[in-house]
Design a protein around this ligand. Structure first.
Ligand code: ADQ
Length: 483
């Protein structure tokens, strides 16, 4: 069983969602999130095949080509798959576990069974479309068993795996009742990539524990042997597995399509956005999927306290919060949204005036052009994620400020803080730290703009030199050399 495609990406979601309108007509719209933003330009360049779910349960559209020449190959998920595999095991078990238990993960055997079955389904679809000897790049936490299944069914393939979210410390990961199966699934790949060295180190430590190399042995002795230390963009650490392969493990920090973000920002009209915000002196911006990991409430509370104490004047600051709807049927997401919307209402009630809210809240997806315009108009980007694999929003913002304008307040716990370390770094678990760094950014912009300019120029240079094409090339070159 093999197909014709030499390069296949498999991800939970296709880069487009199938939307059915009330009159029954169907339309494909871009799907949200960082993985799609990063991989779309890579696939277009390779003219590859993208295997993924079309965003609605029980739909099985035919494969088709995009305008960029990418073949989209939809995988059908039933509504039970959606509940148990997607909302359940992926987003209520793995997501909180991998984000350091910001909310408690739930462990249910039914969800695990569904995760296994759906991973099998994805692997079967890949096996059908991938040519003999093709390169298959498996994406993210929803599909961690796919490398292992493909290794069994299609040993001819070259298999890479990339995790877009953090990999937790082994002490947390060990909570997972199906920890050994997940590790074995990942070890089906030739190369396993993470954003940061710390994530790769966590995985290597875990593999040592599975192998029984340490005091805290977690499974059957598995004839694994771990060699070397993880590094960035090259394979210097390997895990020997029982079938004789050496699996490479490394960090590959993801990035954005910097040139196209810059082009979109250059076409934007930030003056008209500023004007629609009453030409307020300082525009502060938040852009996130509405997810409890992103710390949106904490940022609103910090802003509120700065208004309350008089450190910020509601006449010359405004906070724009774009919060894209996400995973809305999961309880912790509904609770997070409720808390955010309550805070927005309260802050506007306390500090806004008629026709002049102090917080502008948008709870929907907006076009990339609009988003780039808002980035370009914003004076301060405020990112307060409790934990984030990378955070592409931070990189998009600095890409839009090649003129050195603007300031970035960035959580220490976002992967992006490793590369964008000239930002005003804050601890989102500490409201005083968010307040301090937000105020420092606003004050420096107003009183020492040349210093803010230096920071922004350095960060802009970083994203110009390290774009998503470089990221993909780095991963795929390692995969080619190592497999
Ligand atoms: P996400 O958690 O989705 O990604 P992020 O990296 O910030 O987070 O990417 C969000 C993307 O969605 C950005 O490209 C942004 O422009 C876009 N976006 C957000 N709100 C939008 C809106 N309202 N309208 C249109 N577009 C919007 C996951 C991980 C991250 C990791 C990425 C990539 O959680 O840590 O950086 O994958 O690996």
């Amino acid at each position: 069983m093999s197909g014709e495609n030499q390069f296949v990406v498999v991800a939970n979601r296709l880069p487009v969602d199938l939307t059915t309108h009330p009159d029954g007509t169907e339309e494909w719209t871009p799907s949200p999130g960082g993985l799609v933003a990063a991989l779309t330009p890579v696939l277009a360049k390779q003219r590859g095949c993208w295997v993924g779910w079309p965003g609605v349960a029980d739909a099985a559209p035919e494969p088709f080509h995009t305008d960029d020449g990418v073949l989209l190959h939809p995988v059908k998920l039933t509504s039970v798959d959606y509940e148990e595999f997607y909302e359940g095991f992926s987003n209520a078990t793995l997501w909180p576990l991998y984000h350091d238990l910001i909310v408690p993960p739930e462990y249910h055997r039914d969800w695990w069974e569904s995760y296994r079955e759906v991973n099998l389904k994805f692997a079967q679809e890949v096996a059908e479309v991938a040519a003999e000897g093709a390169t298959v790049w498996v994406q993210d936490y929803q599909l961690q068993l796919v490398p292992g299944i493909l290794r069994q069914t299609r040993p001819d393939l070259r298999i890479g795996f990339f995790l877009h979210i953090p990999f937790p410390s082994p002490d947390l990961f060990r909570q997972l009742p199906w920890r050994e199966e997940i590790v074995r699934g990942l070890l089906g790949a030739d190369v396993i990539g993470f954003h940061l060295k710390i994530n790769a180190d966590n995985f290597l430590t875990l593999a040592r524990q599975v192998a029984g190399d340490t005091g805290s042995h977690i499974g059957q002795p598995d004839q694994l042997a771990v060699e070397g230390e993880a590094s960035m963009n090259s394979i210097t650490a390997t895990i020997s597995v029982p079938d004789g392969r050496e699996v490479g493990v490394a960090a590959f920090p993801i990035s954005i399509d910097t040139a196209s973000v810059i082009a979109q920002a250059n076409n934007a009209d930030p003056a008209s956005i500023r004007h629609s915000l009453a030409d307020t002196e300082t525009i502060i911006l938040g852009v996130d999927r509405l997810d409890y990991t992103k710390g949106i409430l904490q940022r609103l509370l910090a802003f509120e306290e700065l208004l309350e104490s008089g450190a910020l004047d509601p006449n010359d600051v405004v906070l724009v919060q774009v919060a894209t709807p996400s995973r809305e049927r999961i309880e912790h997401y509904r609770t997070a949204r409720h808390a955010v919307e309550q805070a927005v209402g309260r802050i506007n009630g306390r500090f806004g005036s008629i026709g002049r809210p102090v917080v502008h809240y948008v709870h929907r997806s907006i076009s990339k052009d609009q988003l780039m315009g808002i980035y370009a108009a914003a004076d301060v980007m405020l990112i307060t994620a409790f934990k984030d694999g990378m955070n592409l929003v931070a990189k998009e913002y600095v890409a839009c400020h090649g003129d050195g304008s603007g300031a970035l307040v960035l959580s220490e716990f976002a992967g992006a803080a490793v590369e964008l370390n000239q930002a005003f770094l804050c601890n989102p678990h500490d409201i005083e730290s968010i307040k301090k760094q937000l105020l420092a950014a606003v004050t420096e912009l107003r009183s020492a703009p040349e210093e803010t300019r230096e920071r922004m120029e350095a960060m802009h240079q970083q994203v110009v030199e390290h774009d998503v094409e470089a990221w993909a090339k780095s991963f795929l070159t390692c995969l080619e050399r190592h497999a």
